[in-house]
Design a protein around this ligand. Structure first.
Ligand SMILES: Cc1cc2nc3c(=O)[nH]c(=O)nc-3n(C[C@H](O)[C@H](O)[C@H](O)COP(=O)(O)O)c2cc1C
Length: 176
């Protein structure tokens, strides 16, 4: 797929085909793409847990509080994104400059992950709505959980939506 086509066809999928699993090869390629992303001082402050089967369902369930994200229950795979430690230089830079590089690094990595998935004909949705306490208990981790990604194939006939975005002039300005 053309790069631009990947960008425009990627959309948050909220209708998965529960009967179509994702191959381990595709999952690993997506994680590898995430790991190729730039990060402050090359710190790569993230960890991905790939969850399938009953474990994946339990993770999905932890994202459905207050009636949200019910579609996640149909996704054959969920990926939990934990924040990991900075390396020493990123930690020093972050403190010195008062910048939260980890959020930026995680966002960049997740962006590459979902674009690689799109390039492989897979569908994703990034979830920021989840019960962190429940996920921590499930995963047996104390790390800060930042995102969950649903991964699978869109249901047959799931339409490509028109993008709703701010006009270019509202997000950019040129100064000389
Ligand atoms: C940090 C983050 C958190 C999000 N959380 C959710 C979520 O919990 N549930 C959901 O359905 N979509 C979630 N989304 C998807 C956004 O709603 C979606 O990206 C946005 O509306 C643009 O639509 P598009 O991805 O289809 O282009 C999240 C996206 C991001 C980047």
């Amino acid at each position: 797929m053309e790069f631009r086509e990947v960008l425009s066809r990627r959309q948050s999928c909220r209708a998965y085909d529960p009967a179509r699993p994702v191959s381990k090869e595709d999952i690993l390629a997506c994680i590898e793409a995430a790991g190729l992303a730039p990060s402050a001082c090359n710190s790569q402050p993230y960890h991905f847990t790939v969850c399938t089967g009953d474990f994946g369902k339990a993770v999905a369930k932890a994202c459905t509080g207050m009636g949200m994200n019910k579609f996640a229950l149909d996704a054959p795979c969920t990926i939990v994104v934990e924040e990991a430690a900075y390396n020493a230089t990123a930690a020093a830079g972050s403190k010195f400059k008062g910048q939260d590089y980890r959020s930026i690094d995680i966002g960049l990595a997740v962006s590459q992950l979902v674009l690689e998935a799109q390039n492989r004909g897979l569908a994703t949705c990034i979830l920021g709505w989840f019960d962190e306490k429940k996920l921590k208990a499930l995963l047996g981790t104390d790390a800060h959980i930042r995102l969950v990604i649903t991964l699978g194939y869109a249901k047959e006939g799931d339409p490509l939506r028109k993008k709703s975005r701010k006009e270019l002039e509202k997000i950019v300005e040129f100064k000389e």
